[in-house]
Design a protein around this ligand. Sequence first.
Ligand code: ASP
Length: 699
Amino acid sequence: MRRLARLFRPPLRVLLPLLALAGGTWLAADEGQWLPEQIRGFDWPALRARGLELTADEIWNGEEGLLSAAVNLNGCSASFISPRGLVVTNHHCGYGAINAHSTPENNLLEQGFLAADPSEELPARGMRVSIVRGFDDVTAEMQEAMAEAGDDPAARARAVERRRRELEDEVRAPGADAVVVPFFEGRIWRRIRRTVFEDVRLVCAPPAAIGEYGGEEDNWMWPRHTGDFCFFRVYVAPDGTPAPYAEENVPYHPERWLEVSEEGVEEGDLVLILGYPGRTERYLSSVAVAMRESWYYPMRERLFRAMIAGIEAETAADPAASLRARSRIKGLANGLKNAQGMIAGLARNRVVERKEAEEAEFRRWAQNDNRRARVYGRVLDELLELDRRELARQERDFLFEALVRYSGLARMGRAVAAELAGGEPAEPVLRRERGRLWAGSEEAVLALVFEELWRLPEPQRGPWWDLLFAGVGSRAEAAAAGRARARSTALAAAAAWQEVTDPAADPMVELMVLLRPVLAELAEFRAAQAGERLRVGPRWIAAQEEWRGERFYPDANGTLRVSVATVKGYQPRDGVWYPPRTTVAGIVEKHTGRPPFDAPDELLAAAARPGRGEIPVCFLSDGDTTGGNSGSPVVDGRGRLVGLNFDRVFENVAGDYGWNPERSRNISVDIRYVLWLLREVYPAPRLVAEMLGPDRRGG
Ligand code: ASP
């Protein structure tokens, strides 16, 4: 067995670059979102002592392992839990699909959904599930592309993009694709090969009163009682290959699926969290973090708040429209509270101050030794210089990027402006954007962006400023001008691009024509910065590694990772201790009869039965997670599914900038709560049998 496993080790080439990163000691605490290829470097005796029964190769042997059951679902995490392609993830990850099948008369979000048999499973159009098939080391290829590009930083960034695309295209095939991604700021690169499934169907979702119990009030909070789960199934063509939706498709038989445990975990137990953390920025400089704290998150908070208010006002009187808007509002509200948590956490953890102190210490360390001074003497200054360049123009760049990112009208206007200038036809963009416009949100974005552009510090203005704000004398007038532009554009109303009779005179097109050179300059600036970072970043990481003398894990970038954690409570503030578990009794305790604490009657009745109050609902652990880990399978020391990660605590939102043993806690829904709901509240015997039946032993 051992010998066989060794045969399947990845080629040496994949492991080599990481040997350099594997020196030093294993981090003492549960910090780290580890790459599959780093698992063998863990402190295995310590993990075994903590209750991990799996071997490194059982988790990932270079080609497959337990991790193969952890799939990506439209940026969320999920896992296969049966040999018939059953996938479990968070309710909030399936929200769009459930919403898409809901109408005011047949509101699946409100009622919940259970397919009585496979024929009733609902196509979740636009949902894609992908399985990681392997990692290729493409560091040499990427370095070669950089070297060929020469000294111009923007050219370097573009060359990297081109090479990336080529390497991805090389392995693209029906049902298979790849992404080429940098780790450690580009110190190493991997091509991740994947199988991609497009026929994904909704199997079961609890009513929103369970799946969203606590709503925005409880979001990013503990204690928590949200049943944040739902089920999908992956289908393939009758010959077993990935295929778009077709009636004759059949359930997919994955090579790997997780066994579901009814035993659960207790305080102090080890768990592993598998999945696809989206983005962390742990190795940023003090200047970069200060930018986030002083401008980026406060502006996001204002922007999202204004967009939500705009959509709510627009849809208040129309039940069908307000139902349609729910997914959008939920996403914005999640981002809004995330921004609030960031602002509070960055201040409370004094991240900027801490970074400054670390940087001073790093300087001393680097200067203290001739070799270090030669190799790393300048790297921090180079990094700070790059960040200061961005700081000097952060307000305007944020506003222009927000305009294009959050306004569909701006994107449409930009596409038309490009066509007028002899570029690509605008029609595909117009078609794509038109269906998802919310007028209230458009007006809010334009008003806020105009108001803030008007207030820009003088050096960040350009010729466009005078043209845009001729005759504008106050913030309020600037906001009104933005709002008026959103209202008066013909783009939103146009049934087809051809119907915009005089595109050049359309207020939104006119705006985007005016901003074309500004956005082009911004793109050039970003490319140059990216190119410079490709040069400085890897050296900065190397310096950090040598200085800290610890094993290193790369920032999250949406790729498959493992976090090792302990079920653990925490102290949110002085004199308060949060135990790591909530129970069904807590749902009843929070119940007010009004949303977001409006537990369904069926649940309240079942909860009243003897002993049911003690059933666990959610638990905390000190996992290193972030957005994208939503839906991540949480497994015990034997690799059995015990929960689904769905959130972090408020005190840990800013954990993206630094893990903290005292406060870094992730929240999971306990699989025993899911099973109880499926047995006693909304009986789903077929589904329970599939989860716990004779096939249950993970594949
Ligand atoms: N709630 C988050 C998400 O939606 C998970 C997290 O950020 O911890 O991805």
